[in-house]
Design a protein around this ligand. Sequence first.
Ligand SMILES: Nc1ncnc2c1ncn2[C@@H]1O[C@H](COP(=O)(O)OP(=O)(O)OP(=O)(O)O)[C@@H](O)[C@H]1O
Length: 596
Amino acid sequence: MHFGRKKLAKPLENKDARPALDVQSVIREARYTFVRGLGWAGVMSGFINVLQLTVPLFMLQVHDRVINSQSTDTLILLLVIAIAAIILFGILDFLRALVFQEMAKSLLRRVNLPAISAAMRVALEKGSLHGTQVLRDLSDLRNFINGSTIGAPLEALWSPIFLLVMFALHPYYGIAGLVAVLILIGFSLLGDLLVRQVTKEGTDANLRNIGDIGATVSNAEAIEAMGMMPALAMRWRREQIHASELLDVGNMRSKGMYSMTRTVRFGMQIVILAMGAYLVIIGETTPGAMIGGTVIMGRLLLPFDNVTRDWRAWVGAISAWKRIRSMLEETQSEREIKPTPRSEGPLLVDNLVYAVPGSNVPVLRGVSFELFPGEILGVVGPSAAGKSTLSRLLVGAAKPTSGGVYLNGHNAYLWERGSFGDMVGYLPQSVSLLNGTIRDNISRMRDSNPRKVINAARAAGVHEMIGRLPLGYDTPIGAGRHTLSGGQQQRIALARALYGWPRLLVLDEPNANLDAEGEASLIRAVRQAADSGAMVVLIAHRQSIMQYAHKLLVMQDGRVKQFGERTDIIRNMSNEGDGIKNIPVIAHKQESGGAA
Ligand SMILES: Nc1ncnc2c1ncn2[C@@H]1O[C@H](COP(=O)(O)OP(=O)(O)OP(=O)(O)O)[C@@H](O)[C@H]1O
């Protein structure tokens, strides 16, 4: 028995190939955008803070200068200055909001596409719900930056200005202000210590729960039919309670700290007023300074209140960013960005090993074979032999752990996706059509050439069926739209695979939902593709289709049990005797005497 090893074509290196995306530079740029935005907003916050002194200083000046001098000219001058300062405050406040908005836009512009590609890759490996989390994180991050909570720490950074003014009014004011600030910083740090971890755990638990519910919703029919809802509801409830309890603890601690900081702020304002009154009595300061000092104390401490109140939003945003960043890093693509010319073959699978990421038990254990243009390869074997995993690796949807799949010597996994996709037709075991029209789906969501769409539909034997639908090729399908039967979906997915006459056609259980007419169309399509020089890989449990295969690959436990010309393999299997029991497809063929 040979596995085609002797004929293996040497893999080529594409010298022009570059990594598709430098994740580290995306992360660096995103961080730079964030820090630069915060820098600008911070500078503006400084001016805004200074301008916030307008009201207390105006009070102080009116009290000390206007009342004493009885001068309306001074009053008018002060009024004009104060109004100008307040208008400037309004303008800067608005500009700062624009800076935040621009920062959110520019951050998302940089991260959006890499994050969505990362989400796709994570979805391939860990399921769609892990993938969609990153989209939620991006949206949370944008809301945070555009929201009202991001500015509080920036304002707190400028507290030294208020402290200086307080020291200028009287050293005792300054000292009281400093003590109050230190107490509030202590509360903020304590709050962070008490809130951060528990909030993170609660959020993670909540996300897990949402993920579980999302996964379950897609199985709603089975759940309803088998009355699984009460048991599932109990599980969710337990998980929900656990997550809510953690989040409630974080919330309660955060609110507790906020109440304490407010108490300290109000208390300190009373202390400073009393102290001011005492300083006025002993002639150390003026009544204007007393009122101004009290108001400035309020302004000084307010951002610390806000930091304590809004810290959870910062914790949430930081966690969201960390998740986005680690997903980008984990899924850094080594794929090329330059299109590679269309290839006619051969297809070489060279000592292919695949273990699911995070597991060290390989699903494929050194699979090798070669396929030439115009050949149809039937892949058979018992359940869990690794057939679908092999098909995913053939089309570059999963990364080999070692070894590789090469088309005309070029690595299928690394191949730039657009040009690779033009050459490949893939029908996965679980057919999933996308939201859009039938035309969109067949044309792979591209601006379609109507003739190519109709050709693909005809080849899949589905043109007449589409013609019978009220909107024909423009019928919207996908979630919540026109519902197609399992067989209809499979045939439209076959038309999608055939679109543009690919050079490599990988069909995983393509006849699973087909009736006799559908299967006849499928066989016609497969033979037509092979006659036009395509390489076809067919995975099927139903044996009828295998009689058209030129070669057979028999898999077992992730290994190649046999590979070769179909007639040779069937002869070998019947000679081995016990092998026939293990390979039902072949066994059935032999028994029925049909295939060879
Ligand atoms: N993402 C994954 N995570 C964990 N295990 C996986 C994953 N994908 C495949 N496997 C494991 O790999 C083995 C082979 O699965 P695969 O779907 O390739 O088998 P198969 O031969 O196509 O089976 P069937 O004929 O039943 O479709 C199975 O044991 C399966 O549990």
